[in-house]
Design a protein around this ligand. Structure first.
Ligand code: PLP
Length: 430
């Protein structure tokens, strides 16, 4: 038995399902034992058997600087020596908040939370507090964390469970959530015509990362913003994946739309536990202690996370690695498409900047129905072959490949060799 298998078995005895988040299991790719990792360095992961993998998971998005970036590690060490938790206002959380507010249009004030889930929960509560309305609108196949209202028809790990994973969510919660198709202006317009006066917020990922990468069609986000505001509701962008992934700042403003509220996470924690939410100052004045919307956290504004996040943002701002990340991702995605075509394996690749998804057997994917029409069995086979070749991909067809600032042309070339061999096997020519 490999060390990985032995460790995983130990884990399964004491951790439900052997994983601390379902998307890490291999159930969506035909089962099997996920390698148990012991460390990461740059673009690589290393398992307990000593095997190296080129990592495109990036821990589901946060690791835009790759693993264990020296500046981030130095910041964590320095903060650990000053005390990992102070339980009071502290300098480093203020520095991070200032940087977020400075670099994201429409983010006038912020609250730091511990996870993206909490950030979204708080956005929903704040929008309801501000409008006095209860109903929220979200979109099929987006993922907004694991709080009750957002599990309805959600993407990511919920999607791989066949949408049957909302057990335990009370009917009373579901009744205040409307879930509509993404990229469909008419569906939103029709809904808001009928029930717009009841809607507190329209919540969306501006670029969806959780049914695979799906970009908004031209004009879609602008139309969503206009319809939402005409209904007297608030527009909330969940930028937990997108902020600082495609450029330095948030994706919404770059696409021409500034929301009323943002939820943030992942990259702004530099690999440590971090979320944030915020928006217009007058909305944030409703949050306790200034206002009556309660939201709190023992670990919120955690100095270790703030230090790691701040160091990550500093490196991103100084190095501006986006053009090179995008270039490498484009090479990778275009070459995968070319090789798939050569081996007569139908794929659709959705790429935005440094993130992309390879949908097997699907034609244009603009919404959740399109993503679901992709071939789960083919993806599972591809995933297994890539893993065997030392390439770590997210174990679900509804996630993304993330190219980081640490991937080098050699890593891309090695990955493409693995793709070529995988396609050869899949085409039945090995
Ligand atoms: C868009 C989006 N929102 C919210 C979340 C939840 O964040 P967390 O896992 O930190 O609670 C995720 C996590 O994948 C996400 O992708």
């Amino acid at each position: 038995m490999t060390e990985c298998a032995a460790w995983f078995q130990r884990g399964e005895r004491v951790i439900a399902g052997g994983v601390n988040s379902p998307a890490r299991s291999f159930r969506a790719v035909g089962g099997g034992i996920p390698p148990v990792m012991t460390r990461g360095q740059g673009p690589y992961l290393f398992d307990v058997d000593g095997r190296a993998y080129i990592d495109y998971l990036a821990a589901f998005g946060p690791l835009v600087l790759g693993h264990a970036h020296p500046r981030v590690i130095a910041a964590i060490k320095q903060q650990a020596e000053r005390g990992p938790l102070l339980g009071t206002p502290c300098d480093v959380e203020i520095l991070l908040a200032e940087e977020l507010v400075r670099s994201i249009a429409g983010l006038e004030q912020v609250r730091l939370t511990t996870t993206g889930t909490e950030a979204v929960m708080s956005v929903i509560r704040l929008a309801r507090a501000a409008t006095g309305r209860s109903l929220m609108v979200k979109f099929e196949g987006t993922y907004h964390g694991h709080s009750d209202p957002v599990l309805v028809k959600a993407g990511s790990g919920v999607a791989t469970g066949g949408g049957q994973l909302s057990s335990g969510v009370p009917a009373g919660v579901i009744q205040d959530v409307a879930t509509l198709p993404y990229n469909n202006v008419k569906a939103l317009d029709d809904f808001l015509q009928a029930r717009g006066a009841e809607v507190a917020l329209v919540l969306t990922e501006p670029i969806v990362g959780n049914m695979g990468i799906v970009a908004p069609l031209p004009g879609y986000l602008e139309a969503v913003a206009e319809l939402t505001r005409n209904a007297g509701a608030l527009l909330a962008f969940d930028e937990v994946i997108t902020a600082y992934r495609f450029s330095y700042g948030a994706a919404g403003p770059r696409l021409g739309v500034i929301p009323d509220l943002y939820a943030l996470g992942k990259i702004i924690g530099g690999g440590a536990a971090q979320g944030a939410y915020g928006g217009r100052r007058e909305l944030m004045q409703l949050v306790a202690p200034n206002g009556r919307m309660f939201q709190a956290g023992t670990l919120a504004g955690n100095p270790l996370s703030a230090a790691a996040g701040l160091a990550t943002l500093e490196v991103l701002r100084e190095d501006q690695p986006y053009a090179e990340m995008d270039r490498l991702a484009a090479v990778l995605a275009d070459e995968i498409a070319l090789r798939a075509h050569r081996w007569k394996i139908p794929v659709t690749i959705n790429r935005v900047g440094s993130a992309f998804t390879v949908f097997f057997g699907a034609t244009a994917v603009v919404d959740y129905d399109g993503a679901q029409a992709s071939d789960a069995r083919r993806f599972a086979q591809f995933h297994r072959l890539m893993l065997e070749a030392g390439i770590y991909l997210a174990p679900s067809r509804f996630e993304a490949w993330f190219v980081s600032a640490q991937h080098r042309p050699d890593d891309i070339a090695q990955t493409l060799d693995a793709v070529e061999r995988a396609f050869q096997v899949m085409a039945g020519r090995d």
